[in-house]
Structures are given as structure tokens and as C-alpha cells.
Design a protein around this ligand. Structure first.
Ligand code: MF3
Ligand code: CO
Ligand code: CO
Length: 254
């Protein structure tokens, strides 16, 4: 597969899908409180996507994934499966939403603090979000994938966090995951050159401890090997003729 260049009509559909995905994160925010189960969050998101948005939750049955959203709590890096466990004060949780509308995908995630969380957790979440924004700032025609990875790596490592290497951002469109692989580490000037009309995600995962991960027996849940906290933030981004456009910005980011 090669990197697809989207035309104006595809871009408009991606804008709509991106906006819908961001609105699911806005909808769920007040529900992410101590005592709620991640299954309850899954049901709220599923029903909202299907009934209010008339869209499709992309994770459901994707390569056998059993739920409509990913909920990754504390030492879970990504691909956490919603379950009956209750969130408690001090937890941090990533909710990752991907919707399909009119055949096109929008993919975005953010971290939520459940009640009051430790300074360690707050700082990890903040630096991870800053890393995403620094990666996004690199995006424009002529820039390379290495420029994105380098900006993220520099910020993460100067703050003494490690970067998960097994998962990366990706092209997105009619397919959930398209070329290219968008690494969250790298060398400036290396890798594919970005062109107007490409659409990618950037979704850095940073750990408080070592970078290594293992996948649990369910075949999905990726956790830190040393059980240290992990955080992730994700946006879907269009490369425009002069710069970029984040398709999944929430109201709070505008
Ligand atoms: N949303 C994830 C990503 O950012 C992928 C989840 S795959 C699933 O690429 F099957 F777990 F949903
Ligand atoms: Co993604
Ligand atoms: Co995602």
C-alpha cells in the first residue's frame, strides 16, 4: 500500500468524521468519574455514536476487538478493553474513539483524570499532550515523518519519559489504518516527505518508567512491563497546501 492523497470531497468527509469523533470525547467527559465502569463508558459512547451521530464505532469487531471504544487505565498503554471494573479516584484513563461516517474514519483520544490524581500522573499526561502538539507543529508539505518523530522524542526524553515503540500513528481514510507508519521517535529530515492531501494520525504513548510493553492474554491490552504509568493523546491531521488542519480538535482546544 502507498500513501493516499485525498481529494476535496474525501477531505470534507474526513472533516465530518473527525468532528464526530471529537464530539464523543466531549460527550463522555462528565461521565469519567470515580465509580463508573469502563463498560458503562463504552455503552454511553456506543449509543451516542450509533443513535445520535448515525455513525459506526470502528473498533467494534475490528480484527476481533470486542468493544466500541478503547479504555486504557493507568499502566495500560493502549487497546484496553472496557470491562466491569470501576474507575477510582486517582486513576488516569485514555479513551480512544474512532468513528466511521459516510465510509471515512476519524480517530482521536485523550487522557482523563478520575477525581484528583498524583502530580506524577498529571505531569505525565501534560508532557504527553505537549509532545502531540509539538509533533503536530511539524506537519506541513515538505516536512518528513522523521521531523514529527524527532520533535516528540526530544520533548519526551528531555522530560525523562520513555516512548513506546511498538505502536505508531498511521494514515487514515476509508481504512482505519493506512500507510504510512507515523513513528513517535526519529531523526529530523528522515523518512517519507509529507504532501498536501495526506491525512495521518499522531498518537504518542509515553511511560513514566521503561519503554517496554507486553500484551495481556486477551490479545489486545498492552501494558508497561514494569507496570509504570502510561499516557497517550491522539489527533487526526490533514496536510494542507501551506500547513495542516487538525480534524479532531475539541472545543477546549480552539
Ligand atoms: N484507535 C486505535 C488507534 O489509534 C486503534 C484501536 S484498534 C482496536 O489506532 F481494535 F483496538 F480498536
Ligand atoms: Co490511531
Ligand atoms: Co485511536
Amino acid at each position: 500500500m502507498s500513501i493516499t492523497i485525498k481529494n476535496e470531497s474525501e477531505i470534507n468527509k474526513m472533516r465530518i468524521a473527525g468532528k464526530l469523533a471529537s464530539e464523543v470525547l466531549e460527550m463522555i467527559e462528565p461521565h469519567v468519574i470515580p465509580g463508573v465502569t469502563t463498560n458503562e463508558l463504552n455503552k454511553l459512547c456506543h449509543d451516542y455514536i450509533v443513535e445520535e451521530q448515525q455513525a459506526i464505532p470502528a473498533p467494534l469487531n475490528y480484527r476481533g476487538f470486542p468493544k466500541s471504544i478503547c479504555t486504557s487505565v493507568n499502566q495500560t498503554i493502549c487497546h484496553g478493553i472496557p470491562n466491569e471494573k470501576r474507575l477510582k479516584k486517582g486513576d488516569i484513563v485514555n479513551i480512544d474513539i474512532t468513528v466511521i461516517k459516510d465510509e471515512y474514519h476519524g480517530d482521536t483520544s485523550k487522557m482523563f483524570a478520575v477525581g484528583t490524581v498524583s502530580q506524577f500522573a498529571q505531569r505525565l499526561m501534560k508532557v504527553t499532550q505537549e509532545s502531540l502538539y509539538l509533533g503536530i507543529e511539524q506537519v506541513k508539505p515538505g516536512a518528513t515523518l522523521g521531523d514529527i518523530g524527532h520533535a516528540i522524542q526530544k520533548h519526551a526524553e528531555s522530560n525523562r519519559y520513555s516512548i513506546v515503540r511498538e505502536f505508531c500513528g498511521h494514515g487514515i481514510g476509508k481504512n482505519f489504518h493506512e500507510d504510512p507508519h507515523v513513528m513517535h521517535f526519529g531523526k529530523a529530515g528522515k523518512g517519507e516527505v509529507l504532501e498536501a492531501g495526506m491525512i495521518i494520525t499522531i498518537e504518542p504513548m509515553l511511560n513514566l518508567g521503561k519503554r517496554h510493553m507486553k500484551v495481556q492474554k486477551d490479545g489486545w491490552t498492552a501494558v508497561t512491563k514494569d507496570r509504570s504509568l502510561s499516557a497517550q493523546w491522539e489527533h487526526t491531521i490533514l496536510i494542507t497546501p501551506t500547513s495542516h488542519e487538525v480534524l479532531t480538535f475539541r472545543q477546549e482546544e480552539l
